[in-house]
Design a protein around this ligand. Structure first.
Ligand SMILES: [Zn+2]
Length: 379
């Protein structure tokens, strides 16, 4: 049986910056085919997706992971080359070690070992892997999942192997995520000479009171599962560069991370109405990229939490913080989904790395969660 370190290193050595999978899916497809799993490629444009199953019928317990990584940045700043998968003591170094080729390897080993020990297990065990989670994610998990669901596949539970551990291994599972919506706003005025302002219309001045009100909005207090909604301005551009020209246009970008007390429609409509109240000559381009969600399914949360407690003797917190992840696509289709994996300390950073001990614990935790979900109440 392959060890989790072998598979993690094989994956890390492939420089799979999204959406290029550098052969990761083919490598995984081979492993699963040899172990008697059904393997299906669901590729769209330049994105590779893999759907792997074993067994049939309900309950269908699916894992989800991505084999793409973010770029390594300046390679000479790394202690070891980012795609060398160097092992030093208990640590594997390399881009994707923790996000998420390490935990993806742990999922693979958990699935292979579970099926080897339980060839006639009840229900179905599955894995959906994509090569575009870190990029635009247009052709990744979302599209592959929709294809499967449209064909009638019913997924009962999903575990995403994102690195969720915060300060110590096993201290956090993610049971939800905030929503994210970005806006690109253009406010038009009339260009002119600063000495003749009556002949011009300064869009920066027009934007200013609107922006003050926008930043002062108190969206909500948050709720049991989520912190309050926040808004951050990320870009403002205006001006010709000359000090004596009133510009004719100002553009501004902002993003909201919002909770389940709001919807993207409500946010759009409130901000659009505010702009109307200020009589701004403006247009908005909205990009609602993720809806907020929270999983309430205690079977799923319980299965992963019990497995973590058995491993670490500590009860994991149930969090909703951080950025978005592919869990959102499962939530969109009302599939109970949780995320659990190793430490998030070095994700996307120079010198990304992961503890081998933590990956081996992940294997045991994922395996225990599968057993629990396939055999509710230990029957
Ligand atoms: Zn990730």
């Amino acid at each position: 049986m392959l060890r989790v370190t072998d598979i993690a290193c094989e994956l890390i050595r492939r420089p799979s910056v999204s959406p290029d999978d550098s052969g990761c899916c083919a490598y995984l497809a081979d492993l699963f085919t040899q172990a008697g799993f059904q393997v299906r490629h669901l590729d769209f444009n330049d994105t590779k997706n893999l759907w792997v199953t074993h067994g049939e019928g309900a309950p269908l317990v699916a894992f989800n992971g991505h084999c793409d990584v973010v770029p390594p940045g300046p390679e000479d700043s790394w202690k070891f080359p980012p795609y060398s998968a160097t092992i030093e003591g208990d640590t594997i170094w390399g881009r994707g070690a923790s996000d998420m080729k390490g935990p993806l390897a742990a999922i693979v080993v958990a699935m292979l070992e579970y099926v080897q020990a339980n060839p006639n297990h009840p229900g179905t065990l599955a894995l959906l892997v994509t090569s575009d989670e870190e990029g635009w994610a247009y052709d990744g998990t979302g599209k592959a999942l929709k294809t499967l669901l449209d064909e009638g596949t019913k997924i009962d539970y999903c575990i995403v192997g994102e690195p969720t551990s915060d300060n110590t291994f096993g201290d956090m599972i993610k049971v939800g995520r905030r929503g994210s919506i970005s806006a690109h706003m253009e406010v038009r005025g009339k260009q002119g000479h600063v000495a003749y302002p009556h002949l011009a219309d300064n869009p920066i001045h027009r934007l200013s009171p609107f922006l003050t009100e926008l930043l002062a909005i108190h969206w909500d207090h948050g709720n049991d599962s989520f912190p309050p909604t926040t808004l951050q301005v990320t870009n403002i551009h205006a001006g010709t560069g000359a000090v004596n020209v009133i510009p004719n246009l100002v553009t501004i970008d902002f993003n909201l991370r919002y909770n389940t007390m709001l919807s993207a429609d409500e946010i759009e409509s409130r901000i659009t109405k505010m702009a109307e109240a200020y009589a701004l000559d403006c247009t908005f381009k909205w990009n609602p990229s993720a809806n907020p969600f929270v999983t309430r399914d205690r079977n799923l949360i319980g299965a992963i939490a019990r497995a973590i407690i058995r491993e670490t003797d500590k009860t994991p917190a149930e969090g909703t913080g951080g950025g978005t992840s592919d869990a959102r696509f499962f939530a969109l289709h009302k599939i109970p989904v949780v995320e659990f994996g190793p430490s998030n300390e070095t994700i996307h950073a120079i010198n990304e790395r992961v503890s081998i001990g933590d990956l081996e614990a992940c294997v045991r935790i994922y395996k225990a969660a599968i057993e629990d979900l396939h055999n509710p109440a230990g029957i």
